[in-house]
Design a protein around this ligand. Structure first.
Ligand SMILES: N[C@@H](CCC(=O)N[C@@H](CS)C(=O)NCC(=O)O)C(=O)O
Length: 227
């Protein structure tokens, strides 16, 4: 008997939230398994069998194991989405969505992690200005994609929007989006926050990440002063 796909995840993680958004957009229920990175639950032999790259999210759909949020989102849309718009089957349209997904994988999320991971894992007590500027550079790429369309790939919401918004909403906590400089990006972000499942699938986890990092910045500073 087939059961709900299992998702190994953490709500703070932007890529995990991208998958939560995609699943909610499709209406597929997931069996959520919290994976605590601080406790090194992603480094156990059992987890490494699922994903030797030791990253979350990981999806286990009745024995089909899928890793990487972008690939998982594409898999879920292909397998479970009732309509094609979320991840188009047309080759040219799909290429455009894939290009935006790779932009998230290669530019947006890495710049978010560059700001937050030194604070979470290595005791940094400051997010340097150059990291914030670097995030802003990545916003610029999205601003230019948006031209006159409401979504990153035109008139329809796609998994590219859902993956990108998990990163952008997290990045914006530390590298705020200047509405004058990035008016289309700011409007796009507002548009996505209106999705009925946005708060539960993304906002709550982004808030958790924001408060964790802000608290750690203070704690790390104190620890340094007391050294
Ligand atoms: N490209 C991957 C990135 C996933 C990723 O780096 N996840 C972080 C948590 S936000 C992680 O698992 N870090 C643990 C590690 O790298 O060992 C994806 O989109 O799924």
């Amino acid at each position: 008997m087939s059961t709900k796909p299992v998702l190994y995840y953490s709500p703070r993680s932007p890529p995990c939230r991208a998958v939560l958004l995609t699943a909610a957009a499709i209406g597929v229920e997931l069996d959520l398994r919290l994976t605590n990175l601080k406790e090194k639950e992603h480094l156990t032999p059992e987890f490494l069998k699922l994903n030797p790259q030791h990253t979350i999210p990981v999806l286990d759909d009745n024995g089909t194991v899928v890793t990487d949020s972008h690939v998982i989102s594409a898999y879920l849309a292909d397998k479970y989405s009732p309509d094609e718009t979320l991840y188009p089957k047309d080759k040219l349209k799909r290429m455009e969505v894939d290009a935006r997904l790779y932009y998230d994988a290669g530019h947006l999320f890495p710049r978010v992690r560059l700001m937050v991971e030194p604070v979470i894992y290595f005791g940094a007590d400051n997010i340097e200005q150059h990291k914030i500027n670097y995030m802003h550079l990545a916003y610029d790429g999205l601003e230019k994609c948006l031209t006159n369309s409401p979504y990153l790939c035109g008139e329809n919401l796609t998994i590219a929007d859902l993956c990108a918004v998990a990163s952008v909403s997290s990045g914006a906590i530390f590298a705020p989006i200047n509405e004058e400089k990035f008016p289309k990006l700011a409007a796009w972000l507002k548009r996505l926050t209106q999705l009925p499942y946005y708060k539960k699938s993304n906002q709550e986890g982004a808030d958790l990440l924001g408060s964790l990092v802000k608290d750690l910045l203070v704690a790390n500073k104190k620890a340094k002063e007391n050294q």
